[in-house]
Design a protein around this ligand. Structure first.
Ligand code: GLA
Ligand code: ZN
Length: 676
């Protein structure tokens, strides 16, 4: 249940409590000028709404919401529990986290409360309850925004005790089960009492930081525990909101590919997903696209909200490049193309002081409406008016799926061997990018997802194989589909214990191969893969075909001529195994062959920097988004007759279609979709 309305909500984080009310007048004038209809408020106002433990004061928040309502704007109301007031941390030191090195923090910063602290839980929940009681019926209320960007871990004694409880529950009170799962006979670690278990930190199992652990089992369980502990904080707030407000949708803002929290465990508890997009510097456009698709996949393809992006620059990085003219618009339509039903910014008005004073904002310190950024924001506002309700609730049906699995991510990156250089996101992104650049829409789904709608399932770096996944992947191939997996897949079970069978474990029958050995080398070393006219790096698994045919081989070393890529006929379909980290051109070639087998290469594939994505409205109307990520015009030939919703221009199939540099077209195709 994503909040609904007549158009895509447009606006963002707004902190009028930092300003006198005459500034608010100016804000609302500018909001109207820019087509801004949605404001996220109260994210950091705990010290204002509760100045002391027994004092609540909603005067300012009342005025903010009332004013929004008078102006016809809707509010995404935050519970504000992500930044503690000083009195709280001072009075209850337990709310301050203990870090990985064992240092108890003192008051400061934000996003830093201990998830196991009863004082935090009680006070945060009480605040959420007061807000729900007061504003559930407020005409401005559009949705609830609990806390902000949950993340991080705590290693205090309260968390240690909560972890032991979590383990008792997980292992049904059986230390034998736990000892077996963590393989504790290794290095004399057999536990005889739950009380002996310590959180895995720099003081216990770790060295050289959070990724180097003596026992992957305990570290994995602590990551899962932390996910659940923070989720518990969210759920406690959600419960009290629901007691006073049975209907208004509830969310919290995620962070896309954020390693510390397994969002698949959270997603069922949110009414809709929202997330904050701050792509890494110089990331290719497929990087935020992957994050959007991951966020959409959290709730089975339901539309999500873009809760934050910067209109111009970030502030927290060492170097904060400016979004060039046109880039904000492109990023905004990219989000919508991938399933976003809201386009919100951080932030509406720049903070005057503190660490985000140089962070981009719709309204800068001088309060002008004639800046380039303001004009671009206002232009996007007008285009969203034009789009109206068209994209709202439209789905993004895809016939290719990519499995994304936090357990595999964690297990791979906390593993000693085969290589510390393999990064889960990089491997996953390489395959995602290849599929998207071939013009295929891709659903990014959890490993528990129903795989029956898909012709192609990409499962890169599927290090951990759980439950009946191998059987479900075999079923995809049985009925004619293609499953692709890569090096370092099928290695460990849900407890990070190696399978006692040939590598790739439960995936071996589908792949028709056996692996006994693997080599790993520094990043600079490249191995030739002659058949694909590319190179490969990092890890080189030595594949013995057991039914599979060889697609490409290693060019050098004692394993020269042995398979680097294989294809195995399985049922009506195929299993592809990529035994090494192919450079991107090699990944592109392999993925394109797989997609071609299912006729999934898009009509505009191969046009440099052109991204396509389709959304299908509930009535079957198809919207094709064309996004030109280059600074050159893109000249295409229309593959179908369509009307551009942003210009009203109609193009017949076969006619030329030009996109400006960084240009966008939202084409309503003449023919509706019959499926989905
Ligand atoms: C995050 C937070 C915001 C703000 C922005 C700055 O996304 O949620 O409060 O700090 O970063 O980029
Ligand atoms: Zn703690």
């Amino acid at each position: 249940m994503t909040p609904t309305g007549p158009k895509i909500p447009y606006g963002g984080d707004y902190n009028p409590e930092q300003w006198p009310e005459d500034v608010w007048d100016e804000d609302h004038r500018l909001f109207t000028a820019a087509g801004i209809d949605t404001l996220t408020v109260g994210v950091f106002s705990w010290s204002l709404t509760q100045p002391a433990e027994d004092t609540y004061d909603f005067t300012v928040l009342d005025r903010i919401l009332d004013r929004a309502a008078e102006e016809g704007r809707r509010v995404c109301l935050a519970t504000g529990t992500a930044a503690l007031p000083p009195w709280l941390a001072h009075k209850y030191p337990e709310v301050n986290r203990t870090d990985f090195e064992g240092r108890r923090h003192r008051y400061g910063q934000r996003h830093n409360f201990c998830p196991s602290s009863p004082a935090y839980r009680t006070l945060a929940t009480r605040l959420a309850e007061k807000l729900a009681e007061r504003y559930a019926q407020h005409p401005a209320l559009l949705d609830w925004h609990i806390n902000n960007e949950y993340g991080g871990a705590c290693y205090c004694d309260l968390c240690a005790e909560a972890f032991r409880e979590w383990l008792r529950d997980k292992y049904d009170g059986s230390l034998d089960a736990l000892n077996d799962a963590w393989w504790t006979t290794f290095w004399s670690h057999r536990y005889t009492d739950f009380a002996e278990i310590e959180p895995p930190s720099a003081l216990t199992e770790h060295w050289r930081g959070p990724d180097h652990t003596a026992f992957q089992g305990i570290t994995l369980d602590y990551l899962r525990f932390t996910t659940d502990a923070l989720l518990g904080c969210f759920l406690a707030e959600k419960e009290v909101i629901r007691a006073h407000d049975p209907d208004t949708p509830v969310t919290t803002n995620f962070m896309g590919m954020f390693r510390p929290l397994d969002y698949h465990r959270w997603a069922p508890h949110l009414d809709f997903v929202s997330w904050d997009s701050y792509p890494p510097l110089d990331a290719p456009p497929t990087w935020p696209a992957l994050a959007h698709d991951l966020m959409r996949g959290l709730k089975d393809g339901a539309p999500f909200w873009l809760m934050e992006q910067t209109p111009s620059t970030t502030a927290c990085r060492d170097v904060n490049p400016l979004r060039r003219p046109g880039e904000l618009r492109l990023a905004t339509f990219q989000a919508i193309a991938h399933g976003a039903d809201a386009a919100l910014y951080f932030q509406m008005r720049a903070s005057r002081g503190a660490c985000e004073k140089y962070h981009g904002a719709v309204i800068g310190h001088a309060g002008r409406d004639d800046t380039r950024v303001f004009r671009e924001v206002a232009d996007i506002g007008r285009e969203l008016e034009l789009l109206g309700a068209e994209p709202l609730n439209a789905r993004t049906p895809a016939r290719a799926a990519l499995l994304f699995d936090w357990d595999s991510w964690w297990a791979l990156e906390i593993s000693d061997g085969p290589s510390r250089l393999v990064k889960y996101q990089e491997v996953v992104h390489a395959y995602y990018r290849a599929a998207r650049e071939s013009g295929a829409d891709v659903d990014v789904v959890p490993q528990t997802a129903d795989l029956t709608p898909y012709d192609v399932v990409l499962a890169p770096a599927l290090h951990m194989v759980k439950g009946d996944l191998a059987t479900r992947l075999e079923a995809v191939a049985e009925r004619g589909g293609t499953v692709l997996t890569t090096f370092l897949s099928g290695r460990v079970d849900a407890h990070d214990r190696a399978f006692l069978t040939d590598v790739p474990g439960p995936l071996a029958p589908l792949m028709g191969i056996r692996i006994d050995e693997w080599d790993s080398r520094q990043r600079e070393f490249a191995q030739d893969i002659p058949e694909l006219r590319t190179q490969a790096r990092l890890v080189f698994e030595i594949v013995l075909p057991r039914g599979a045919e060889t697609v490409a081989t290693y060019g050098t070393d004692f394993y020269a001529g042995t398979p680097a890529v294989t294809r195995n006929a399985f049922g009506e379909g195929e299993g592809w195994y990529i035994a090494t980290a192919l450079d991107q051109p090699g990944v592109n070639e392999v993925v394109r062959r797989v997609l071609a087998r299912h006729d999934l290469v898009g009509p505009y594939a191969g046009i440099d920097g052109l991204e396509t994505a389709t959304r299908v409205a509930p009535d079957g109307t198809r919207l094709l988004f064309l996004l030109n990520h280059t600074t050159e015009s893109a000249r295409l030939t229309a593959h179908a007759t369509a009307t551009d919703l942003l210009t009203g221009k109609r193009t017949e199939a076969g006619e030329p279609l030009t996109l400006d540099p960084l240009g966008v077209a939202v084409l309503r195709l003449d023919h509706k979709s019959l499926s989905k």
